[in-house]
Ligand binder design. Structure first.
Ligand SMILES: *Cc1c(COP(=O)(O)O)cnc(C)c1O
Length: 455
């Protein structure tokens, strides 16, 4: 008997026949797909804009789309963020800022800030020519930006980065006096315009840890002291920005003229210790799913995968999930369950499998391999109604108990990392497909997407 009509695949709402055909093509192309809901991205941004007081509040919101939009796809995610009311986009790497402009996202739609570059090889002239604001956080950086502005004959729009306590980029109180002394005449000459002053927070995602709250308070105090020095030098910043997602949600007093949420746009809170995404009215945008490979029965005590870190407890069935660490599935999310002297029991990353009894969350059993890992189905595949080709979900919107949907936070926990790394590690060979693109994007914007990626 053909087991049930119970389709393990989520019921995706395609925009039409073409969307369905694109989905089917993607399944032939690769046995796993990352499906990104552009409506979730837009709604998350809308919510963040509301949290900051709305469009007229004087606080703008930057969609941080660095690292290929945290693995969600740079251009589609940027467009969805703009649809949700972002008026700034930010990237770490200059290349990604340039890609946004080259895609046709002009200054009429948003300002763009980029903040990483490495000495004289950086394409600062190209950034300036493309109306991209650049961060300046070192004395050498000032000279490079000034030289690029001179060469292009245009004013460089700069944001002065201060190290208020993060210990990464930016001027410290030790070299800031020299920086402002150098910047003031450059601003007067019109080579640079000091648009912003900015900094980054180290521990804003731990609002329950008094020591960290104090550290953030100290960073804010330092930040304000830097502002004073800029004012005294006659280069008062027009726009100050300090808040990442955590501070945007939790620290209203430092939203200033601009906030820079990243992870919130993608639907996650920065740290599970802060609560779940739904507590912050955020909706995870990405679903990672795969189609099962070999499903088979094995005896009790069967070793699973390299290193025999997992031995089946009793007669059971196993299923192959055909993606591995070469796809960005963390090997540290391997599952360990070995009886005996050195008993180790550590569940691997969670996977939702649809059974005849409804969804069930199973765990990576044994080591994650390069292109695959194994799931102990903890029962008979025939009885559970699990088959080769069934679609399983590694993480999804996390709609709660009844759906049994793991989230990227669950994978992060299993792998000893953070959700940020779970998304950004996903490799390009997993197709990215976009839900609700036609609902969220204008006709012109839709043309900037790979047509085959639109569901
Ligand atoms: C990544 C990043 C952000 C966004 O941080 P989230 O925690 O994802 O909100 C903001 N500012 C800078 C400088 C960043 O590098």
């Amino acid at each position: 008997m053909e087991t049930m009509t119970l389709n393990a695949a989520p019921q995706w709402r395609f925009s039409g026949e073409q969307g369905k055909a694109n989905y089917e093509r993607a399944l032939r192309e690769y046995p796993a797909q990352a499906i990104v809901d552009l409506a979730a991205l837009r709604d998350n941004m809308r919510h963040l804009v509301e949290v900051c007081g709305g469009p007229g509040s004087g606080t703008a919101v930057m969609g941080v789309v660095k690292a290929d939009a945290y693995g969600h796809g740079l251009i589609p995610s940027a467009l969805a963020a703009l649809a949700g009311g972002a008026t700034w986009l930010g990237t770490a790497q200059a290349r990604e800022a340039l890609l946004l402009r080259k895609a046709g996202i002009g200054l009429d739609r948003c300002r763009i800030l980029t903040w990483m570059y490495s000495g004289p090889t950086a394409p600062l002239d190209e950034l300036i020519a493309n109306d991209i604001d650049v961060s300046v956080g070192s004395l050498d950086g000032i000279e490079l930006v000034a030289a690029a502005a001179r060469a292009t004959g245009r004013t460089a729009f700069i944001h002065v980065k201060v190290d208020s306590g993060f210990g990464r980029n930016g001027f410290t109180e030790m070299n800031f006096p020299d920086a402002v002394a150098r910047l003031a005449p450059l601003a007067k000459e019109g080579l640079v315009r000091v648009v912003g002053q900015w900094s980054h927070l180290a521990v804003a995602d731990a609002p329950d840890v008094p020591e960290f709250v104090a550290a953030t308070d100290q960073q804010i105090e330092n930040f304000n002291a830097f502002t004073e020095l800029m004012k005294q030098a006659g280069i008062a910043p027009q726009i100050r920005h300090l808040a990442n997602t955590a501070a945007t949600l939790d620290r209203p007093e430092i939203r200033f003229e601009l906030t820079r949420p990243g992870i919130g746009l993608y639907g996650y809170e920065p740290d599970p210790a802060m609560g779940t995404p739904s507590k912050y009215r955020l909706r995870p945008a990405m679903t990672l799913q795969a189609q099962l490979g070999t499903v088979k029965d094995v005896q009790a005590g069967h070793g699973i995968s390299y290193g025999r870190t997992y031995l089946t407890g009793e007669r059971t069935s196993t299923a192959i999930v055909p993606i591995g660490y070469a796809d960005g599935i963390h090997r540290s999310a391997s599952g360990f369950d070995v009886e005996g002297a050195q008993h180790v029991d550590k569940p691997g990353g969670p996977v939702r499998v649809m059974t005849v009894d409804g969804p069930r969350v199973l765990h990576v059993s044994g080591r994650v391999c390069m292109d695959q890992f194994v799931l102990d189905l903890c029962g008979s595949a025939a009885e559970l109604g699990v088959h080769e080709g069934d679609t399983v979900m590694l993480f999804g919107p996390g709609r709660g108990e009844a759906y049994g949907e793991p989230t990227a936070d669950d994978w992060a926990r299993a792998a000893g990392t953070i959700s940020y790394e779970v998304f950004t590690c996903l490799r390009g060979r997993i197709p990215r497909l976009y839900l609700n693109a036609r609902e969220v994007l204008s006709e012109d914007d839709l043309r900037l997407l790979d047509p085959a990626s639109i569901l």
